[in-house]
Design a protein around this ligand. Sequence first.
Ligand code: 5GP
Length: 217
Amino acid sequence: MDLSIDNHIDNHIRRAKQIEQGSLLVISGPSGVGKGTLVKQVLPQMENLTLSVSMTTRSPRPGEVHGENYFFVSEEEFLSLKAENAFLEAAVYNGNHYGTPKPFVLEQMQAGHDVILEIDVQGAAQVRANFDYKTIQIFVLPPSHAELKARLENRRTETVEIIDQRLARVAKEVAELPIYDYYIINDSLERACDDLKAIIRAERLRVRAQAPLPETR
Ligand code: 5GP
Protein backbone atom coordinates (compact mmCIF):
# COMPACT_ATOMS: atom_id res chain seq x y z
CA MET A 1 0.00 0.00 0.00
CA ASP A 2 1.41 3.38 -0.97
CA LEU A 3 1.15 5.50 2.18
CA SER A 4 1.74 8.77 0.36
CA ILE A 5 -1.42 8.20 -1.71
CA ASP A 6 -3.38 7.41 1.46
CA ASN A 7 -2.14 10.63 3.03
CA HIS A 8 -2.92 12.56 -0.09
CA ILE A 9 -6.54 11.33 -0.19
CA ASP A 10 -7.02 11.86 3.54
CA ASN A 11 -5.75 15.41 3.23
CA HIS A 12 -8.37 16.13 0.60
CA ILE A 13 -11.13 14.57 2.70
CA ARG A 14 -10.03 16.59 5.75
CA ARG A 15 -9.98 19.79 3.76
CA ALA A 16 -13.42 19.10 2.26
CA LYS A 17 -14.90 18.50 5.70
CA GLN A 18 -13.42 21.62 7.25
CA ILE A 19 -16.00 24.22 8.18
CA GLU A 20 -15.02 27.10 6.01
CA GLN A 21 -16.22 30.65 5.88
CA GLY A 22 -19.88 31.05 5.11
CA SER A 23 -21.35 32.20 1.83
CA LEU A 24 -23.43 35.25 1.09
CA LEU A 25 -26.85 34.51 -0.39
CA VAL A 26 -28.60 37.44 -1.99
CA ILE A 27 -32.34 36.99 -2.41
CA SER A 28 -33.98 39.60 -4.56
CA GLY A 29 -37.15 40.13 -6.52
CA PRO A 30 -40.17 42.44 -6.71
CA SER A 31 -41.92 43.77 -3.62
CA GLY A 32 -44.75 41.43 -2.62
CA VAL A 33 -43.26 38.36 -4.32
CA GLY A 34 -42.94 36.59 -0.96
CA LYS A 35 -39.17 36.78 -0.32
CA GLY A 36 -39.73 37.37 3.39
CA THR A 37 -42.15 34.49 3.86
CA LEU A 38 -39.89 32.15 1.93
CA VAL A 39 -36.81 33.06 3.95
CA LYS A 40 -38.67 32.92 7.29
CA GLN A 41 -39.87 29.42 6.47
CA VAL A 42 -36.46 28.08 5.41
CA LEU A 43 -34.28 29.66 8.15
CA PRO A 44 -35.28 27.33 11.02
CA GLN A 45 -35.02 24.31 8.71
CA MET A 46 -31.32 24.68 7.93
CA GLU A 47 -28.27 24.80 10.16
CA ASN A 48 -25.67 27.55 9.96
CA LEU A 49 -27.99 29.95 8.18
CA THR A 50 -28.52 33.52 9.36
CA LEU A 51 -30.64 36.39 8.11
CA SER A 52 -29.18 39.88 7.97
CA VAL A 53 -31.56 42.45 9.44
CA SER A 54 -31.49 45.59 7.31
CA MET A 55 -31.63 49.19 8.40
CA THR A 56 -34.27 51.49 6.96
CA THR A 57 -35.67 54.99 7.22
CA ARG A 58 -39.15 53.69 6.29
CA SER A 59 -41.77 53.89 9.06
CA PRO A 60 -42.61 50.57 10.73
CA ARG A 61 -45.79 48.86 9.51
CA PRO A 62 -48.20 47.69 12.18
CA GLY A 63 -46.69 44.63 13.88
CA GLU A 64 -43.14 45.22 12.66
CA VAL A 65 -40.53 44.96 15.42
CA HIS A 66 -37.32 47.01 15.65
CA GLY A 67 -34.33 44.67 15.41
CA GLU A 68 -36.42 41.84 14.01
CA ASN A 69 -37.94 43.08 10.76
CA TYR A 70 -35.64 46.06 10.41
CA PHE A 71 -33.59 48.48 12.45
CA PHE A 72 -35.76 51.58 12.01
CA VAL A 73 -33.61 54.70 12.06
CA SER A 74 -33.85 58.38 11.16
CA GLU A 75 -32.51 59.63 7.84
CA GLU A 76 -29.81 61.53 9.72
CA GLU A 77 -28.63 58.39 11.50
CA PHE A 78 -28.71 56.38 8.27
CA LEU A 79 -26.69 58.92 6.30
CA SER A 80 -24.12 59.25 9.04
CA LEU A 81 -23.62 55.44 9.11
CA LYS A 82 -23.41 55.45 5.32
CA ALA A 83 -20.68 58.11 5.47
CA GLU A 84 -18.78 55.83 7.88
CA ASN A 85 -18.95 53.03 5.28
CA ALA A 86 -20.98 50.90 7.68
CA PHE A 87 -23.12 49.30 4.95
CA LEU A 88 -22.28 46.41 2.67
CA GLU A 89 -24.79 47.96 0.26
CA ALA A 90 -27.39 50.69 0.51
CA ALA A 91 -30.16 51.85 -1.81
CA VAL A 92 -33.12 54.19 -2.00
CA TYR A 93 -36.40 52.40 -2.64
CA ASN A 94 -39.56 54.50 -3.09
CA GLY A 95 -38.06 57.44 -1.22
CA ASN A 96 -36.73 55.48 1.76
CA HIS A 97 -33.18 54.37 2.49
CA TYR A 98 -32.43 50.68 3.02
CA GLY A 99 -29.03 49.19 3.86
CA THR A 100 -27.25 46.04 5.03
CA PRO A 101 -25.11 46.60 8.14
CA LYS A 102 -21.65 45.29 7.24
CA PRO A 103 -20.12 44.15 10.57
CA PHE A 104 -22.85 41.60 11.33
CA VAL A 105 -22.58 39.97 7.90
CA LEU A 106 -18.79 39.65 8.02
CA GLU A 107 -18.80 38.32 11.61
CA GLN A 108 -21.36 35.66 10.75
CA MET A 109 -19.50 34.60 7.61
CA GLN A 110 -16.22 34.41 9.51
CA ALA A 111 -17.99 32.14 12.03
CA GLY A 112 -18.91 29.79 9.15
CA HIS A 113 -22.54 30.80 8.78
CA ASP A 114 -24.19 31.39 5.43
CA VAL A 115 -25.87 34.78 5.51
CA ILE A 116 -29.04 35.71 3.62
CA LEU A 117 -29.61 39.26 2.42
CA GLU A 118 -33.18 39.97 1.39
CA ILE A 119 -32.68 43.10 -0.67
CA ASP A 120 -33.84 44.88 -3.81
CA VAL A 121 -32.19 44.58 -7.24
CA GLN A 122 -30.13 47.77 -6.78
CA GLY A 123 -28.61 46.36 -3.59
CA ALA A 124 -27.95 43.03 -5.30
CA ALA A 125 -26.11 44.86 -8.10
CA GLN A 126 -23.93 46.65 -5.54
CA VAL A 127 -23.04 43.40 -3.79
CA ARG A 128 -22.15 41.88 -7.15
CA ALA A 129 -19.91 44.82 -7.97
CA ASN A 130 -18.23 45.35 -4.61
CA PHE A 131 -18.06 42.03 -2.81
CA ASP A 132 -16.14 39.42 -4.79
CA TYR A 133 -16.63 36.63 -2.34
CA LYS A 134 -18.91 33.67 -2.97
CA THR A 135 -22.10 35.58 -3.46
CA ILE A 136 -24.98 33.47 -4.62
CA GLN A 137 -27.64 35.53 -6.31
CA ILE A 138 -31.20 34.26 -6.29
CA PHE A 139 -34.17 35.98 -7.94
CA VAL A 140 -37.71 35.24 -6.77
CA LEU A 141 -40.38 35.55 -9.47
CA PRO A 142 -44.14 35.76 -9.00
CA PRO A 143 -46.28 33.25 -10.94
CA SER A 144 -47.71 36.23 -12.89
CA HIS A 145 -48.07 40.00 -12.73
CA ALA A 146 -51.75 39.68 -11.80
CA GLU A 147 -50.86 37.41 -8.88
CA LEU A 148 -48.21 39.86 -7.66
CA LYS A 149 -50.71 42.73 -7.77
CA ALA A 150 -53.26 40.65 -5.85
CA ARG A 151 -50.67 39.76 -3.19
CA LEU A 152 -49.67 43.38 -2.66
CA GLU A 153 -53.32 44.40 -2.38
CA ASN A 154 -54.19 41.56 -0.02
CA ARG A 155 -51.28 42.40 2.26
CA ARG A 156 -53.18 45.60 3.14
CA THR A 157 -49.99 47.22 4.43
CA GLU A 158 -49.61 49.86 1.71
CA THR A 159 -51.82 52.52 0.20
CA VAL A 160 -53.04 52.16 -3.40
CA GLU A 161 -50.54 54.85 -4.41
CA ILE A 162 -47.59 52.98 -2.87
CA ILE A 163 -48.74 49.69 -4.41
CA ASP A 164 -48.82 51.39 -7.83
CA GLN A 165 -45.30 52.77 -7.28
CA ARG A 166 -44.06 49.31 -6.36
CA LEU A 167 -45.76 47.67 -9.35
CA ALA A 168 -44.29 50.28 -11.67
CA ARG A 169 -40.79 49.02 -10.81
CA VAL A 170 -41.49 45.35 -11.52
CA ALA A 171 -40.68 45.22 -15.27
CA LYS A 172 -37.29 46.86 -14.68
CA GLU A 173 -36.56 44.55 -11.78
CA VAL A 174 -37.50 41.38 -13.68
CA ALA A 175 -35.36 42.52 -16.64
CA GLU A 176 -32.31 41.89 -14.39
CA LEU A 177 -33.11 38.19 -13.96
CA PRO A 178 -30.50 36.96 -16.51
CA ILE A 179 -27.60 38.19 -14.36
CA TYR A 180 -28.67 36.13 -11.35
CA ASP A 181 -27.38 32.61 -10.61
CA TYR A 182 -30.75 31.04 -9.79
CA TYR A 183 -34.45 31.79 -9.96
CA ILE A 184 -37.34 30.53 -7.88
CA ILE A 185 -40.95 30.87 -9.01
CA ASN A 186 -43.03 31.45 -5.90
CA ASP A 187 -46.25 29.75 -6.99
CA SER A 188 -46.47 27.26 -4.15
CA LEU A 189 -44.67 28.20 -0.93
CA GLU A 190 -43.76 24.59 -0.23
CA ARG A 191 -42.11 24.12 -3.63
CA ALA A 192 -40.37 27.48 -3.44
CA CYS A 193 -38.94 26.51 -0.01
CA ASP A 194 -37.72 23.19 -1.42
CA ASP A 195 -36.06 25.06 -4.28
CA LEU A 196 -34.30 27.47 -1.93
CA LYS A 197 -33.07 24.63 0.28
CA ALA A 198 -31.84 22.73 -2.80
CA ILE A 199 -29.88 25.77 -3.96
CA ILE A 200 -28.27 26.22 -0.54
CA ARG A 201 -27.41 22.50 -0.28
CA ALA A 202 -25.88 22.42 -3.76
CA GLU A 203 -23.84 25.55 -3.08
CA ARG A 204 -22.54 24.03 0.17
CA LEU A 205 -21.23 21.02 -1.79
CA ARG A 206 -19.48 23.13 -4.40
CA VAL A 207 -15.73 22.59 -4.62
CA ARG A 208 -13.88 25.85 -4.36
CA ALA A 209 -10.62 27.31 -3.25
CA GLN A 210 -10.45 28.64 0.27
CA ALA A 211 -9.88 32.36 0.14
CA PRO A 212 -9.94 34.82 3.04
CA LEU A 213 -12.91 37.16 3.33
CA PRO A 214 -12.14 40.30 1.35
CA GLU A 215 -12.48 43.83 2.52
CA THR A 216 -15.25 45.62 0.62
CA ARG A 217 -13.92 48.11 -1.87
P1 5GP B 1 -40.27 46.91 2.24
O1 5GP B 1 -40.49 48.37 2.41
O2 5GP B 1 -41.42 46.24 1.51
O3 5GP B 1 -39.94 46.20 3.54
O4 5GP B 1 -38.99 46.74 1.31
C1 5GP B 1 -38.94 47.35 0.05
C2 5GP B 1 -37.83 46.71 -0.79
O5 5GP B 1 -36.56 46.97 -0.19
C3 5GP B 1 -37.95 45.18 -0.86
O6 5GP B 1 -37.70 44.78 -2.19
C4 5GP B 1 -36.88 44.69 0.08
O7 5GP B 1 -36.36 43.42 -0.30
C5 5GP B 1 -35.83 45.76 -0.11
N1 5GP B 1 -34.87 45.83 0.99
C6 5GP B 1 -35.04 45.49 2.30
N2 5GP B 1 -33.90 45.67 2.98
C7 5GP B 1 -32.97 46.11 2.09
C8 5GP B 1 -31.59 46.46 2.18
O8 5GP B 1 -30.95 46.40 3.22
N3 5GP B 1 -31.00 46.89 1.04
C9 5GP B 1 -31.66 46.98 -0.15
N4 5GP B 1 -30.97 47.38 -1.20
N5 5GP B 1 -32.96 46.67 -0.28
C10 5GP B 1 -33.60 46.24 0.83
